[in-house]
Write a protein that binds this ligand. Structure first.
Ligand code: UD1
Length: 359
């Protein structure tokens, strides 16, 4: 069985690491990896392939530094050509990026069955490019692997169960990755020696709604600069955020570092006091490493974390961020709640595909 996996952004490399490992256990599965090139800097891409031992992509489209339309279109053009050559049984896409949508559209239009891993997530904010990508990808996919019960319910709510598609709650493949790589991160990462052992808050931000809106960005920057005077804030800086800070003439006084690899990120998660982020993946990883999370967004796809009190939505509002931060500093919780499956989400995908068979 031939599976064409399409990836291109940092969180997709993490998901692919888990899923490719599961595929590799089955000699009857042949996986062909296409890197769209959306993320291309070494610290945003190559380091993940190396550290996480993701099979090298057979194809790299090198499509990046473009607006949404040109990016998605050029990716589709490249993927179509590869499909003609590779003729896979399935096209597999992850998550919610432009890479996801381009892969799903190209595959579907050429009548290949499309598998969407991390289906059914919704922020219900149709202004987010990621939400548009998710909704459209789910609608045209044939197999929808959902990380949570809420994701399944979202798809039913949209009537997806009326179509001839498979909706499977398999758990979260990022959980599989976190469990596996946490065993090696301490020996493979030098980040704690680099940043020192003093208490710190781990912060990341890169969402377009925060970085491209000068007011929101200014508010977040001034708030974390202020919090940093109490507890040091360590912020691996995404290239988008770096560019937009320069563009808006804003200065961070926190400990800003270059983007980190996966092992470093796990060590930062293990050692931090709490997490502040607008990333989807990091909200979950905070929970997996038993840390509270202040989410720098107005909504989240991972509502179960908010419902259980592990996560608070603070948006870009200075007061709300400070209130959530203060509250979490003084709080304890039992994080032993199984929200994201059993760590075998990737194996379930492999088993389902084998059960279904090729075309
Ligand atoms: C993208 C995804 C988002 C995902 C995120 C993870 C979309 C719409 N968004 O957002 O869902 O959560 O990736 O990081 O697909 N850049 C570099 N070097 C790199 C990568 C990007 O300099 O290695 C620059 C780009 O040229 C661009 C900016 O950073 O100017 C943003 O990159 P882009 O891929 O458009 O979006 P992300 O914010 O990374």
């Amino acid at each position: 069985m031939k599976i064409l996996t399409i990836l291109g952004t940092r969180p997709q490399f993490v998901k692919a690491a888990a899923v490719s490992r599961a595929f590799a256990k089955h000699p009857s599965i042949e996986e062909i990896i296409v890197h769209t090139g959306q993320h291309y800097d070494d610290p945003m891409s190559a380091v993940f392939f190396k550290e996480m031992e993701i099979p090298a992509p057979q194809y790299n489209l090198d499509v990046n530094k473009l607006g949404h339309g040109a990016m998605t279109g050029q990716m589709m053009e490249g993927i179509e050509k590869i499909l003609v050559e590779a003729r896979p049984d399935y096209v597999l896409v992850f998550g919610d990026s432009n890479t996801t949508l381009a892969g799903a559209l190209a595959g579907k239009k050429m009548h290949y069955p499309v598998i969407h891993v991390e289906a059914g997530l919704r922020s219900f904010n149709m202004k987010m490019p990621e939400e548009i990508n998710r909704v459209l990808t789910d609608r045209i996919s044939d197999m929808l692997f959902c990380p949570t019960a809420i994701a399944v319910a979202n798809l039913r709510q949209e009537g997806m169960d009326k179509f001839p598609v498979d909706i499977i709650q398999n758990g979260d493949v990022m959980y599989d990755a976190a469990l596996h790589y946490a065993n090696f991160s301490a020996e493979r990462s030098g980040i704690m020696d680099k940043i020192g052992r003093d208490e710190f808050i781990l912060c990341t931000m890169h969402r377009q709604e925060n970085t491209d809106d000068a007011k929101r960005l200014q508010s977040i920057v001034s708030t974390i600069n202020e919090i940093d005077r109490q507890i040091r804030v360590v912020l691996p800086l995404h290239p988008r955020t770096k560019k937009m800070l320069e563009h808006h003439g804003l200065a961070l006084t926190v400990t800003a570092i270059d983007p980190v690899g996966y092992f470093d990120m796990i060590e930062l998660l293990k050692h931090c006091r709490l997490v502040m982020t607008d990333s989807g993946g990091l909200q979950k990883e905070a929970f997996l490493f038993k840390k509270f999370c202040v989410t720098l967004r107005d909504e989240t796809e991972w509502v179960e974390l908010v419902d259980h009190g592990f996560n608070r939505l603070a948006g870009a509002d200075s007061q709300a961020i400070r209130a959530a931060y203060q509250d979490f500093l003084n709080r304890e919780a039992d994080f032993n709640v199984g929200l994201f499956g059993n760590g075998d989400a990737s194996d379930i995908i492999a088993a389902k595909l084998l059960e279904k068979g090729g075309r």
